[in-house]
Design a protein around this ligand. Sequence first.
Ligand SMILES: NC(=O)C1=CN([C@@H]2O[C@H](COP(=O)(O)OP(=O)(O)OC[C@H]3O[C@@H](n4cnc5c(N)ncnc54)[C@H](O)[C@@H]3O)[C@@H](O)[C@H]2O)C=CC1
Ligand SMILES: O=C(O)[C@@H]1CCC=N1
Length: 278
Amino acid sequence: MQSYKIAFLGAGSIAEAVIAGLLEANLVKGQDITVSNRSNTDRLSYFKSKYDVNGTHDKKELLRNADIIFFAMKPKDVVEAIAEVKEYITEKQFIISLLAGVSTASMTGLLEKHIPIVRSMPNTSAAILKSATAICASAYATEEHLRIARQLFEAIGSVSVVDEEQMHAVTALAGSGPAYVYYMVEAMEQAAREAGLDNEVAKSLILQTLSGAADMLLTTGKHPAVLRAEITSPNGTTQAGIETLQNNGFPDAIIKCIKRATERSHELGETLQALMKQ
Ligand SMILES: NC(=O)C1=CN([C@@H]2O[C@H](COP(=O)(O)OP(=O)(O)OC[C@H]3O[C@@H](n4cnc5c(N)ncnc54)[C@H](O)[C@@H]3O)[C@@H](O)[C@H]2O)C=CC1
Ligand SMILES: O=C(O)[C@@H]1CCC=N1
């Protein structure tokens, strides 16, 4: 891949996961990445020492040589962030937005110029090259911008190209998705503790079970219901467990969870639009 100078506006969890992944994949050199945040100097020092990237609070300096600018602040902070940097961004650069809920049209409105934007939704598994990322292009992004973004995200996981309206559901499913799995692991660990299992033994059993199940889905191509049936002996332990999940609304809770997170993504975008009208 051609070498690009990359700037990050925001140095939080997702910026770190993406940077760690890009460096691990050897796609970008640390010295070609510059990171900025609102004011936390310790956090920039952490990035510099851990990843050998550049850090600055000087937004002009950050953007001067950047080919690609990652937007990685919270949605509520994007108005202030764009106000601070818009005079330094040119149409020759392009933005990769990681923001949940925020449309490329809103960002273009705030930028007041036709900067190409590729809206993206990775997840924190980017750090180990296992992100499930979806991307879409703004009205001013070309196939070439989409191709470059795709290449970057393919180095750190899988990439799906979607319509922008679908980004809300994508965010609920895959952006937030790892957190739901971690929550389930927390519950499994608690159950193991209550059953008197040694913590280390329980952890090893749970993690191998999860990773084995994910690999079974990936490698066999079988429908999850078929794989589930293969485990469920009539009147056995699995049947008893699954019935308990059903009686406690497990499928319904998961469906509601993803619907509510999708709705929340819409709300984040609407809050920003209301702010822009003020
Ligand atoms: N955490 C996650 O798993 C994922 C988060 N996202 C999106 O990424 C964005 C960041 O999320 P996190 O990393 O979790 O947040 P975070 O709170 O960990 O980091 C936000 C960063 O933005 C910086 N920031 C705030 N205002 C700024 C400004 N005006 N200029 C420059 N930097 C500024 C903060 O100092 C901080 O470094 C959000 O929009 C979120 O929707 C997307 C995919 C996954
Ligand atoms: O919780 C959030 O809003 C962000 C978006 C996807 C993951 N974290």
